[in-house]
Design a protein around this ligand. Structure first.
Ligand SMILES: [Zn+2]
Length: 341
């Protein structure tokens, strides 16, 4: 019987073995999909953990990509870009949003002169005044320069002059040569009223992007026109849009022109309400300031009496720019400790 017992025992062991194997191995297979899933997930996690590296590699690849966009070189013909080579002109129009003298095409209509449209305004910072480039006259305590650009304008210049005359004020009119040629009588009225004329170029072209020869011809053509029509010589020049270059400043100096820009700009060419023009000027103005305004704008005309009155209330008398310059020159002469320049 031991053999029977042994067989039974062996059979039980075999059975247990089969069961053991079944229960032990079944879970593996039962969970197989999950395990695989975990494994895949792990793989994915592993892949995800590599993702930043891949991304970095991708970025590196982009960085090394020969077609990657590079900083664009400065387009020297782009009117909105202030070139470093223009040195003191670093601007636009400041602006310096406030520093850009911008004449809209509408401002120069009313004649058949074919004046060019203005370039876009730019944020052009206006540099401090130099001996030749003047945005404000230092050393002045009770005066401000009052200037009107872009004239003469028929039916408007006369009205500006009437207001000035009534309030016993004289101003500087930076005029366009071609307009003087068309309306010489208006230019003469400006001088008869006691105001002065400055050059604002022949036809309001950008002169900061052109040659010395072109600039010289432009300045001389306006000066000759004024001499012929009004009998006055010119000494003040305001470049269109306030844009200047080293070349422009050099030529202007050679021809004995002071380049006059401004430190107060109410942006009247945008035709804000008169009270806004007044408020803007009062906000910015200081003794010795140079205020830029424009001819041909009804709101500027309406604002003018208030501007003059409020400036006077502050003890600031509006005068032509040359009067402030002459005042300083007289001071220099009386104190003259330095040789003439
Ligand atoms: Zn202008």
């Amino acid at each position: 019987m031991p053999s029977l017992s042994l067989r039974i025992t062996a059979g039980v062991i075999l059975l247990l073995g089969i069961c053991f194997c079944f229960f032990c191995f079944y879970p593996i297979h039962a969970n197989a999909p999950s395990s695989l899933a975990d494994d895949e997930t792990g793989s994915k996690v592993s892949q995800r953990s590599d993702t930043p590296h891949e991304a970095t590699a991708a970025i590196d690849q982009v960085k090394n990509e020969p077609n990657k966009p590079q900083p664009q070189p400065i387009d020297k013909n782009d009117a909105s870009i202030q070139l470093p080579t223009t040195g003191q002109s670093a601007a636009a129009t400041e602006d310096e949003p406030q520093q850009v003298d911008q004449t809209s095409p509408e401002e120069v209509t009313g004649s058949n002169e074919g004046l060019t449209p203005s370039p876009p305004a730019s944020a052009e910072p206006i540099p401090d005044s130099t001996n030749q480039l003047i945005k404000r006259v230092e050393g002045i305590h009770n005066m401000v320069g009052i200037t009107f650009d872009d004239g003469p304008v028929p039916q408007m210049t006369e009205q500006y002059l009437a207001v000035l005359d009534k309030l016993n004020v004289r101003a500087t009119f930076f005029m366009i040569g071609q307009r003087i040629k068309y309306y010489p009588e208006l230019a003469r009225q400006v001088v008869e009223q006691g105001s002065e004329i400055g050059s604002h170029s022949w036809q309001h072209d950008r002169l900061d992007q052109t040659t010395a020869d072109t600039i010289a011809k432009d300045l001389l053509s306006v000066a000759n026109q004024v001499q012929a029509d009004v009998g006055r010589s010119l000494s003040l020049f305001r470049p269109p849009y306030g844009r200047r270059s080293d070349t422009l400043l050099t030529v202007a100096e050679q021809l004995s022109f002071k380049v006059i820009i401004w430190d107060v700009d109410p942006r009247d060419w945008e035709d804000p309400p008169p009270e806004k023009i007044v408020a803007s000027i009062l906000e910015q103005v200081k003794p010795g300031s140079i205020i830029v305004m424009h001819e041909g704008h009804p709101n500027t005309l309406k604002a003018l009496p208030d501007i003059i009155q409020k400036l006077r209330e502050r003890g600031l008398e509006p005068v032509p720019v040359s009067e402030m310059l002459n005042h300083n020159q007289a001071q220099l002469d009386s104190n003259s400790t330095i040789g003439g320049n």
